[in-house]
Ligand binder design. Structure first.
Ligand SMILES: [Fe+2]
Ligand SMILES: [Fe+2]
Length: 197
């Protein structure tokens, strides 16, 4: 077969692939992955704002350096999901402006309650994100190996953040069970909403 024929055949095959009617299973899979990227971008955005809220209060305190370190890592996470959102043309959540305000407010409010409360906030949020990423990694197959790897890598960092919180006396914060229970419920609600709108 001539080279030209071979090229023509390849082009036809490509065209046929593109025109192939999509199966309901494909659409469900794409929708699932889109939803994951949308909620993860929202979550990393919220995390960035929480740490910015904490830094606004505690930047010059003894925990400033630790919080700044976690904030740096959230910026890397957010950059990655911002790029994925753009690459795959996924619409960001419409709730982004709300997460901006709520994230910052949560970070600043807990920081104003004290360093231990700020660390308790970190423990609560990161524990929920850790569970969330674990569930996502479980759902992703080999066709999304790169995304799965990213999620697993980020999950490890979030678990590290939770441990940093625990190492910095989060559990000694006044009203720790109530405070973390409240923040966890809010974080789960934010995840639920960001997956949907
Ligand atoms: Fe993160
Ligand atoms: Fe984190």
């Amino acid at each position: 077969m001539s080279a030209r024929n071979q090229t023509a055949r390849k082009t036809t095959r490509r065209r046929t692939e593109a025109n192939k009617p999509r199966l309901p299973g494909d659409l469900e899979h794409d929708a699932l992955v889109e939803r994951m990227i949308r909620v993860d971008q929202a979550g990393e955005y919220g995390a960035r704002l929480i740490y910015e809220g904490q830094l606004a209060v505690l930047v010059n305190g003894p925990k400033g350096e630790t919080i700044r370190h976690m904030h740096e890592q959230e910026l890397r996470h957010l950059e990655t999901f911002d790029a994925l959102l753009a690459d795959r043309r996924v619409r960001p959540t419409v709730l982004q402006p709300l997460w901006h305000v709520a994230g910052f407010a949560l970070g600043a409010a807990t920081a104003l309650m004290g360093e231990r409360a700020a660390m308790a906030c970190t423990v609560a949020v990161e524990e929920v994100i850790d569970e969330h990423y674990a569930r996502q990694a479980e759902q992703l197959g080999g066709d999304e190996a790169a995304l799965k790897e990213t999620i697993e890598e980020f999950r490890a960092t979030e678990a590290e953040h939770r441990d940093i919180g625990l190492d910095h006396d989060a559990e000694l914060a006044p009203g720790y069970p109530v405070l973390t229970g409240f923040i966890k419920a809010g974080s789960r609600a934010a995840i639920w909403l960001s997956e949907r709108v």
